[in-house]
Design a protein. Structure first.
Length: 214
């Protein structure tokens, strides 16, 4: 097995399997927000890039997103921020699995004021989708210098994008459950469903419960 490499090496730029391994090592065992924070940090360091983030879309159109985890200029962005995607490369992620602009980003997208203000000129993003295909958001890495990603780099990013999508989907489910629970609380205490009598099994029913699976 090749020796472990570390994303903390200054000026390092990992590719393909090294990229996959370093990000995997940096996020091993993490779940939830901890995973997302570790993901953006190690993606930025592995690409030797200035900015990496996970953005969650408000709805499947992806017209407005909120950055739920970001790493910028060597530190986490503790304050989430939101923005409209119109006129920005992020708007293309809804229809494309991968969006890449290796250089001249702000020339192509003069309306991308945040990128201009942050001095970012290259962009790579992977679409995040739920299990049913619903658009959830995207994970992106950006830099002030040209940034070219090969096929193996993109495949490595797509692996972590799948995990990030699962985390966003879990957040959606938790929010939906909280909304449902809140509605139940406002309408009175939630009542447990009445128990149904357990049906007898007979040879005619082939030993399965009609109320469950037959």
């Amino acid at each position: 097995m090749p020796p472990s490499v570390h994303t903390d090496q200054p000026g390092a730029r990992f590719r393909g399997r090294d990229l996959l391994r370093t990000v995997a090592e940096g996020t091993a065992g993490a779940v939830g927000d901890e995973f997302l924070r570790g993901l953006v940090r190690h993606v930025a360091l592995a690409f030797d890039a200035k900015f990496a983030f996970v953005a969650e879309a408000d709805d499947p159109t992806g017209q407005h997103v909120r950055v739920v985890s970001g790493w910028y200029a060597g530190d986490w962005m503790d304050e989430p921020f939101a923005y409209d995607t119109r006129g920005k490369p992020c708007a293309l992620v809804v229809e494309r699995a991968v969006v890449a602009f290796p250089e001249a980003l702000t020339t192509r997208f003069p309306e991308a004021k945040p990128a201009i203000d942050m001095g970012l000129e290259s962009y790579l993003a992977i679409c995040l989708r739920a299990a049913d295909g619903t658009h959830l958001g995207h994970i992106a890495v950006m830099d002030a210098r040209p940034m070219r990603a090969g096929d193996e780099d993109v495949e490595a990013m797509r692996i972590f994008a799948s995990r990030a999508a699962a985390e966003l989907e879990r957040r959606h489910q938790a929010a939906a459950f909280a909304t449902l629970a809140g509605a139940g609380h406002r309408g009175g205490r939630l009542r447990a469903p009445a128990r149904r009598p357990r049906p007898r099994t007979t040879a005619r029913s082939s030993g399965c419960w009609r109320s469950r699976t037959c």
